[in-house]
Design a protein. Structure first.
Length: 120
């Protein structure tokens, strides 16, 4: 390989590295930043609800719950997880609803069989 070929390969390599650096450092638009923030917020609210609600329901009913049968949310400020009881014949709960609001940072409403346990 002669010196000219090495020089051409080096120049092409520098251009490729420059394009990669510019491409990775691109500024995100305001809409992209807001969308990413909303997704992180929703994931945080949902994660908190999935941690706190089953524990609160088990403390109240003695039954362990795993997956909600329904989820109601505005994807910004609150999430409501609803469970249908599986052991209703043996004295278990029929329906449990747990609402978590992001502004409170915890459970804002817990209802088990139409009995309000927590209301904030």
């Amino acid at each position: 390989m002669n010196h000219t070929m090495k020089l051409i390969i080096a120049v092409v390599g520098v251009f490729a590295a420059g394009f990669l650096m510019v491409g990775e450092n691109k500024q995100k638009s305001k809409a992209e930043i807001e969308a990413a923030s909303m997704i992180r917020n929703y994931a945080a609210i949902q994660g908190m609800a999935n941690q706190k609600c089953p524990v609160a329901i088990q403390a109240e009913t003695g039954e362990q719950v795993f997956f909600p049968t329904r989820v109601d949310t505005d994807k910004e400020t609150y999430i409501t997880l609803i469970w249908e009881g599986e052991n209703t014949g043996s004295g278990g709960f029929k329906k449990a609803s747990c609402t978590l609001k992001g502004t409170l940072g915890g459970i804002s409403e817990l209802i088990v069989d139409d009995r309000v346990i927590i209301k904030k």
